[in-house]
Design a protein around this ligand. Structure first.
Ligand code: FAD
Length: 453
């Protein structure tokens, strides 16, 4: 990169709903990255990783977007502690290809390997192991943050807790992460020993998910989002742990890692994704799962990243795109989960994917999403006013229960709900303003939700 102002491009989030045009700079090293952010125009700048946030967190209409993917790679590794120093644009795919064969895994992975280190920290991501291991930020030993004034800071949870935790979950609005040191987790094998249960009752699912937390490091349930009435909660629960070497057959390479992307999804023709076709698919998906299976050895990609098998699967909902509605509600508010599923099932929006997980203790970040309770994530096609009204109503229920929406997924929340969902918003704003007093960092998400205040 030589021109830090960048060429103008149309950018979208993963849900493809609200494209906006910005100048896009593509630096190729940390110095250029720092300089690019410092060149923020009046409309502001925001960093962007691999664009896997579903909504508009990594967009900045009329301003500057600084892509970090050109600033990637391993900068150092301590074999004793498993701490890896990684440039901000390094993808989790690259990390796994380098480290799984050496016996190390990321402490937290989202449902796709195609996120960057910077993007993952900026969302303070959680995985299927949140109840056991917390968020990614809790495994970040230090990071280098470039401020818009061109200076850089080293942030640690102990030395600079306010700035560190405002950046974890700070959706790119405190500065640009240039690199981070992350503590990887040792693994004996690259296989996960998975228990699968096909369930037909919502209460049974909740009980098993809650009980399983003490027995399994990773757990998640796929719920048929179109099932309702007596079928509500029809689901497939998978819970697992990395398998020990002794579980593998002699001769198996214990740390083999060869994930593949084999399918390409075109834009679905309009009409293909409708209630009947999706209902039939969900039925098939449910029936395909074993009723009860124990200790099945699955690869990392099968267990953690099944969607990565198809590149551009986000085009399946057609040209209007889709949104993911992901809420958190505290334990005790199970009835809200039920009401959400009932409302969405009755509305009949064609949806393949609803995922339910439990969450453990909250991380210290004021904008970090997880807290003790349940998180339900649901994909729905965009564009229906009727559905928008249903989701608005569900947001009210979630807020009423003391819950929240996940900013990395959001594309439609009413801004007035934000302070109730994130009661420490003002605390975050105060730290953010110290790091960027002229408010030169900005994004479509920040403007839509009035994040900066
Ligand atoms: C299929 C799928 C499954 C997912 N599963 C999960 C899951 O299980 N758990 C979970 O928590 N999330 C999940 N996500 C969401 C995803 O992990 C986050 O949106 C993550 O932020 C995406 O990283 P990215 O590199 O694509 O960042 P982008 O989408 O490009 O950007 C996301 C945010 O990070 C900021 N950012 C990017 N780079 C930097 C940087 N260097 N410095 C500062 N800020 C930066 C951007 O400004 C933006 O606010 C999933 C997403 C997909 C598509």
């Amino acid at each position: 990169m030589t021109d830090v102002r960048g060429a103008r491009s149309l950018l979208r989030g993963w849900g493809r709903t609200a494209p906006s045009a910005a100048a896009v700079a593509v630096p190729t090293n940390a110095a250029e990255l720092t300089k690019a952010v410092g060149a923020a125009p009046a409309r502001g700048a925001v960093p962007r990783g691999l664009g896997r946030a579903y909504g508009d967190a990594a967009q900045n209409a009329g301003g500057l977007v600084v892509e970090t993917v050109g600033v990637s790679g391993l900068l150092g590794f301590d074999e004793r502690t498993g701490e890896a120093r990684l440039a901000a644009g390094t993808s989790f795919d690259e990390i796994m290809r380098t480290f799984v064969p050496k016996g190390w895994f990321v402490p937290v992975t989202p449902g796709t390997r195609f996120v960057t280190v910077g993007g993952a920290i900026a969302a303070d991501i959680h995985g299927k192991n949140h109840h056991a291991d917390g968020t990614l930020g809790q495994h970040v030993r230090s990071m280098e943050l470039a401020l818009v004034d061109g200076t850089t800071r080293t942030l640690t949870a102990d030395g600079t807790p306010d700035e560190f935790w405002a950046t974890c979950g700070g959706v790119g609005l405190t500065g640009t992460i240039l690199e981070a040191t992350i503590a990887l987790q040792p693994i004996e094998t690259s296989r996960v020993a998975v228990d699968t249960d096909r369930l037909t009752d919502f209460d049974d699912l909740l009980t098993r998910l809650r009980d399983g937390r003490n027995r399994h490091r990773y757990s998640v349930a796929w719920i048929d989002p179109m099932a309702r009435g007596r079928h509500l909660g029809r689901s497939v629960l998978t819970q697992g742990d990395f398998a020990p070497r002794a579980a593998l057959a002699p001769g198996d390479d214990p740390l083999a890692f060869h994930p593949r992307t084999t399918l390409t999804v075109p834009h679905a023709p309009s009409g293909l994704i409708n209630r009947a076709s999706v209902r039939a698919f969900n039925e098939l998906w449910f029936r395909k799962a074993p009723a009860r299976r124990r200790d099945e050895l699955q690869s990392i990609s099968t267990f953690f990243h099944p969607l990565d098998l198809a590149s551009s699967w986000n085009r399946i909902y057609g040209r209007r795109g889709f949104l993911q509605w992901q809420c958190l509600v505290p334990f005790g508010a199970e009835d809200v989960l039920r009401q959400c599923l009932e409302a969405l099932g009755s509305h009949g929006a064609p949806s393949f994917l609803a995922v339910l997980k439990t969450m453990g203790a909250a991380a210290p970040g004021p904008l970090s999403f997880p807290a003790p309770g349940w998180t339900l994530a649901l994909d729905v096609p965009a564009g229906s006013l009727e559905l928008a009204a249903v989701l608005d109503r569900l947001d009210d229920l979630v807020v009423g229960a003391g819950g929240r929406q996940y900013l990395a997924k959001d594309s439609r929340l009413r801004p007035e709900l934000l302070p109730a969902m994130y009661p420490r918003l003002d605390e975050w704003r105060a730290v953010r303003d110290r790091l960027d007093p002229e408010r030169r960092l900005n994004s479509d998400l920040a403007r839509r939700l009035d994040l900066l205040g």
